[in-house]
Design a protein. Structure first.
Length: 56
């Protein structure tokens, strides 16, 4: 039984998140207080949240 591996069967999808103002939400990595911190930021209104789902 020589089928395709599990990883080759999955498709990669990228989600685009949008803010209420209409701008696109991008992820940024900040280095503060000696730690890496991932934040989501709107490109238009510069609103910063912890994850892209928080913009809804």
């Amino acid at each position: 039984m020589a089928g395709a591996s599990k990883n080759s069967r999955t498709t990669v999808t990228t989600h685009k998140f949008f803010c209420e103002c209409g701008g696109e939400v991008i992820m940024k990595t900040l280095f503060e207080k000696g730690r890496l911190k991932n934040v989501a930021e709107c490109t238009q209104c510069k609103r910063v949240e912890r994850r892209p789902k928080d913009f809804k």
